[in-house]
Design a binder for this molecule. Structure first.
Ligand SMILES: C[S@@+](CC[C@H](N)C(=O)[O-])C[C@H]1O[C@@H](n2cnc3c(N)ncnc32)[C@H](O)[C@@H]1O
Length: 305
């Protein structure tokens, strides 16, 4: 039976995403970030018995939100392997793909997962609980140059050098193991009255590195063009500018780096055309109900012929 699990995660910009996918009831759709299954359920409800939905999530907890149906399947895997999994299922082309990036409310609220600055827990931050690298490994085992790069590139932290120096001198005497220990060590790096924002950026950087998020997104985007039918829709929600930049470049310019290739006549060569030039944002009504929708940016594109 299909039941909503909005306590696991409230789907963001649901009707905008479903409209963006322009669902064909007999089509094949892929939700690469199943989570609580909110977007998946809304897609599935639009399909008839010939349509099918394939979902991905590399967090095993997402399995608690599945339902039994012959035309629905959740694959416990990183979405960067989408093409191989589809091939294994003998699916060459799909009609639409949705990605709602980042972490679910469930992951943030589960204290022991270590994603939130609000709770004391082990420095974990792995979305895939079987993965070998946790945030603790990064904080304690990466050299100072690599740590600096992570905080500069993924957290855009203005005083990353000072931050790394603090971490380095603390870890010389003892391994840094919990979120609270880390926050205590770096608390004097944060600008006054902006501590929360600063710590959130530090955690964001660590989370991106722990889960290799930008690489996975890059791999996903390049495979979308290989598996999408002509006219198929790609719908992506991102929550920070690093992800949005990649998606925007890819949809607008045809490459993740933003480099443009043109044909003989000067037309830009790109696999997708944008449906909305600017990203869609959550409505006032949704913003009032769900704070997480605040940073959401939705981009929709259609596969060119
Ligand atoms: C924001 S939540 C998605 C919520 C979902 N749209 C819903 O309505 O409940 C993101 C989910 O995607 C998963 N995820 C993030 N990156 C992933 C990746 N590279 N491969 C597979 N799953 C991923 C996370 O584990 C999380 O459950």
């Amino acid at each position: 039976m299909m039941t909503n699990n909005n306590s696991y995660h409230e789907p963001i910009m649901l009707s905008e995403c479903i409209n963006g996918l322009k669902i064909n009831p007999t089509g094949t759709y892929v939700d690469v970030t199943f989570g609580g299954g909110g977007h998946s359920r809304a897609i599935y409800e639009k399909l008839d018995s010939q349509g099918q939905l394939i979902a991905f999530d590399h967090d095993k907890d997402a399995k608690e939100n599945i339902w039994e149906a012959s035309n629905f399947k959740l694959i416990e895997s990183n979405f960067q392997y989408i093409k191989n999994h589809l091939k294994f299922l003998e699916i060459n082309y799909v009609d639409g793909i949705i990605a709602d990036l980042g972490v679910s409310s469930h992951q943030l609220n589960e204290k022991k997962r270590g994603f939130s600055i609000r709770y004391e827990s082990k420095l974990d931050m792995r979305m895939n609980q079987n993965s070998e690298t946790s945030a603790e490994n990064i904080i304690n085992d990466y050299n100072d140059i690599d740590l600096l790069k992570i905080f500069q590139n993924y957290g855009e932290i203005f005083n990353a050098k000072k931050l790394v120096d603090k971490i380095q001198s603390a870890r010389e005497s003892k391994r840094i193991q919990t979120t609270k220990e880390l926050l205590d060590i770096i608390k004097h790096c944060a600008p006054k009255n902006k501590e929360y924002k600063y710590f959130a950026k530090v955690f964001q950087a660590l989370r991106i590195e722990t889960n290799n998020e930008l690489i996975a997104l890059e791999n996903l985007l390049y495979q979308c063009e290989q598996v999408m039918k002509k006219g198929g829709r790609l719908v992506v929600i991102s929550y920070h500018s690093l992800e949005d930049r990649l998606i925007k470049n890819y949809m607008k310019r045809g490459s993740i780096s933003g480099e443009i290739k043109k044909d003989f006549f000067g037309n830009i060569l790109k696999p997708f055309k944008e449906i909305n030039r600017k990203p869609l944002k959550a409505s006032e009504e949704e913003l009032k109900k769900n704070n997480r929708s605040r940073s959401a940016k939705l981009r929709i594109a259609e596969r060119n012929g």
